[in-house]
Design a protein around this ligand. Structure first.
Ligand SMILES: Nc1ncnc2c1ncn2[C@@H]1O[C@H](COP(=O)(O)OP(=O)(O)OP(=O)(O)O)[C@@H](O)[C@H]1O
Ligand SMILES: CC(=O)N[C@H]1[C@@H]2OC[C@@H](O2)[C@@H](O)[C@@H]1O[C@H](C)C(=O)O
Length: 396
């Protein structure tokens, strides 16, 4: 039998190791920076033992954010810019990984794999694009080959395509990590992530078949967009703006009146739908042409709170429900207080009470998916695609 080439030999060696060091990378819809989580794994699937060794978010510079925004969540963009950014981002993320490893005093040679989400620039589930003849689609850029060659580390990337190929919408992938890291027999749990978009995984006390993972609607994306446009701030730090505004009930009702909220579950969305045009359309529908901008931020914050609490009350009105929050929205007091006051029967805490750093959770998820791609088996969870995801890029 011919010998395996050096890449396949190395790959097999990593998959068969007793313990693996993996880096998970997440660059979310908020475009705030690159989350880098260095994790140690033993085993896979339900036998996974995992430890977060280091975590950092390296913030993006304004110039870089501006470049990505040119091609982000827009129907028409420069194809040249997409092509340039696809390569640039892969190399850039690789450089940020090297920077983080240097700060942590770790030699890249010690790391077995990188699992990279890339940057979503367009998410197009069928219910949103409505183009006849086309199915669900999504596009993440930041090619894995560039990461692998820049760092010298085996890289696994582009996780969402397999999920779509196997019948999903390409998101949320949180499901696979949440089941492994967050389930507890005997407890009804919700793992709620409030990033640009809010999503949750419902983990019932016993039946894995009833696990549900879905996007809910906007998380911080509309609040951030209004803060950028009207206050020249990237976000509403500690809800300082929302807390001084008044919620406009008429606008809030108009924002809530959209077919997305009536779509079958599970469903996904993104800033392609939830953007300032969505807000302008809602204003138009109720002929509210002038609104004080502080009240607008309060109303958008209430919109996020209301969609999340409506969703949880409608689908999981259970005694003893425990909700664990992650993502930047866990640090938005307006949203968290809104949830606490409208879901009085649920215990709400952030995921640190589970030993999961709330800012690191999504980067950990991708590290975990990378570990599964290397040595796991497809997991059947309810009706979700039972597939291993990710494409392999070798350094040499
Ligand atoms: N102190 C704070 N006060 C209010 N909001 C905050 C605070 N810190 C972070 N945020 C919010 O969290 C956002 C970043 O969240 P996160 O990093 O979870 O998003 P993301 O990973 O890009 O999103 P997604 O999960 O949708 O891809 C910021 O843009 C801001 O809206
Ligand atoms: C297409 C895409 O990038 N979706 C993200 C986004 O951010 C939150 C929400 O929308 C979620 O569906 C998803 O990310 C997480 C990591 C997921 O797939 O679980």
């Amino acid at each position: 039998m011919p010998a395996l080439n050096h890449n396949l030999q190395k790959l097999t060696g990593i998959a068969q190791k007793e313990a693996r060091l993996g880096i998970g990378l997440m660059s979310g819809t908020s475009l705030d920076g690159l989350d880098i989580a260095l994790c140690k794994f033993k085993g896979s699937g339900t036998q996974t033992a995992f430890e977060l060794l280091n975590f950092i978010t390296i913030p993006y510079q304004e110039k870089f954010k501006y470049e990505v925004q040119q091609v982000f969540a827009k129907k028409e963009v420069s194809l040249e810019k997409v092509t340039l950014l696809n390569a640039y981002l892969g190399t850039f993320h690789g450089e940020l990984v090297l920077q983080a490893l240097n700060e942590w005093g770790i030699n890249p040679g010690q790391v077995d794999f990188i699992a990279s989400h890339g940057q979503t620039i367009y998410h197009a589930p069928g219910h949103q694009h409505k183009q006849p003849g086309y199915g669900n689609a999504t596009l993440q850029i930041g090619d894995g080959d560039h990461l692998a060659v820049t760092t010298g580390i085996l890289t696994i990337s582009d996780f969402r395509q397999k999920h779509i190929a196997a019948g999903g919408e390409g998101a949320p992938l949180a499901l696979y990590g949440d089941v492994l890291l967050g389930s507890k027999p005997g407890e009804h749990r919700i793992l709620l992530n409030i990033g640009g978009i809010a999503n949750l995984t419902y983990l019932p006390a016993d039946a894995v078949t009833e696990v549900l993972c879905t996007d809910i609607g906007p998380g911080n994306t509309l609040i951030d967009a209004a803060c950028r446009r009207y206050f020249n701030q990237p976000y509403d730090a500690d809800s300082q703006i929302a807390n001084t505004g008044e919620v406009n009930q008429v606008l809030l009702d108009a924002l809530l009146d959209h077919p997305f909220f009536r779509e079958a579950l599970p469903k996904t969305t993104g800033p392609e739908l939830f953007n300032l045009e969505y807000v302008a359309d809602a204003q138009q529908a109720v002929r509210l042409f002038n609104i004080n901008k502080t009240d607008l931020v309060a109303t958008l914050s209430a919109f996020t709170g209301r969609t999340i609490s409506n969703f949880i009350r409608t689908h999981f009105n259970l005694p003893g429900l425990k909700i664990f929050v992650s993502g930047g929205g866990a640090r938005n007091p307006y949203i968290i207080n809104y949830l606490k006051s409208t879901l009085p029967n649920a215990a709400i805490a952030d995921t640190s009470t589970l030993g999961i750093n709330p800012d690191a959770k999504e980067a950990i998820l991708f590290a975990l998916l990378g570990n599964e791609a290397l040595c796991g088996e497809p997991m059947a969870i309810g009706k979700n695609p039972a597939v291993l995801m990710g494409k392999f890029s070798f350094a040499g």
